[in-house]
Design a protein around this ligand. Structure first.
Ligand code: NAI
Ligand SMILES: CC(C)c1ccc(C(=O)O)c(O)c1O
Length: 246
């Protein structure tokens, strides 16, 4: 039976790459993003026939959108086996200049969305007796960040903790919950954040001297999504070229 995966923030960047690797591995993929139009363009690029894709608007700030996306997925495909909570906003304001309002905005989008996604999708999966959830954290959540803001780093650190909480809560329902913590990955976001003249400096700081590969993250998700991956849960998988070692 075809397995069904849903990815948030999948219209571009890492989310799109992850959706692509899941699709290549045989999944039917629900591409969700803030804008339905952009999700539709991405879904069509993945599968012009539309047979194994569904595009949905899912603003991760809205619990109602999560619930509607679950209902639409079940209506179209009849099941949901894998969720990748990928969407986030990145702000790079220096720590002493972040207002309390801006701090709240980043935390409430990046962290609360993981909390709500794990609640809504996790409850369904646990009731069904099987599921795989992967949350997108970041190296910034482990080392405090450098290129990114303090609120972003804090929001990602909290995702590591929430991943453990939900892993314990959902284990009895056959659901694993893991996080991936990437360092700088070759992506439009990194190209936008790091001007050409600073790229050599960034690479000089990465022990392997290269950016990471988004398709590799997708392949890691495919591995974590396998039924055989039942024994890894609550874990954070580091993909950072040696920038941070525990
Ligand atoms: N690019 C990188 O090197 C790294 C990325 N990450 C994380 O990976 C994830 C994806 O990052 P990128 O692809 O680089 O980002 P991106 O900015 O290129 O893509 C993010 C996607 O999320 C969508 N999005 C934004 N707000 C949303 C909302 N409220 N609801 C639904 N969708 C929304 C955007 O429309 C966009 O399609 C994020 O969680 C980011 O924090 C972590 C470490 C490194
Ligand atoms: C693309 C953005 C700005 C970015 C860059 C670097 C990291 C990191 O090293 O942790 C991120 O998490 C990012 O989101």
């Amino acid at each position: 039976m075809t397995q069904i995966a849903l990815v948030t923030g999948a219209a571009q960047g890492l989310g799109y790459a992850i959706a692509g690797r899941l699709f290549a591995a045989g999944y039917a993929v629900v591409i969700t993003d803030l804008s339905l139009e952009r999700a539709q363009v991405a879904a069509e690029a993945l599968d012009a026939s539309g047979e194994r894709v569904l595009a949905l608007k899912l603003d991760v700030a809205s619990k109602a959108d999560f619930e509607a996306a679950l209902a639409a997925t079940l209506e179209r495909f009849g099941a949901l086996h894998v969720v990748v909570n990928n969407a986030a906003m990145t702000l790079t304001t220096p720590v002493m200049q972040i207002s309390p309002e801006e701090f709240d905005r980043v935390l409430s989008l990046n962290t609360r969305s993981i909390f709500v996604g794990c609640q809504v999708f996790g409850a369904h999966m646990a009731a069904a007796g099987y599921g795989r959830i992967v949350n997108m954290a970041s190296l910034a959540g482990q080392n405090g960040g450098t290129a990114t803001g303090a609120h972003y780093a804090a929001s990602k650190g909290a995702i590591v903790t929430l991943t453990k909480v939900f892993a314990k809560e959902l284990a009895a329902g056959g659901v694993t919950v893991n996080a991936i913590a990437p360092g700088p990955i070759e992506s439009p976001a990194v190209r936008a954040a790091v001007p050409k003249e600073r790229m050599d400096g960034l690479l000089a700081n990465i022990p392997v001297r290269r950016l990471g590969d988004a398709d590799f993250l997708g392949d890691l998700v495919v591995q974590l999504a396998r039924p055989e991956a039942y024994f890894t849960t609550g874990a954070t998988w580091d993909v950072n070229g040696g920038l941070y070692m525990r």
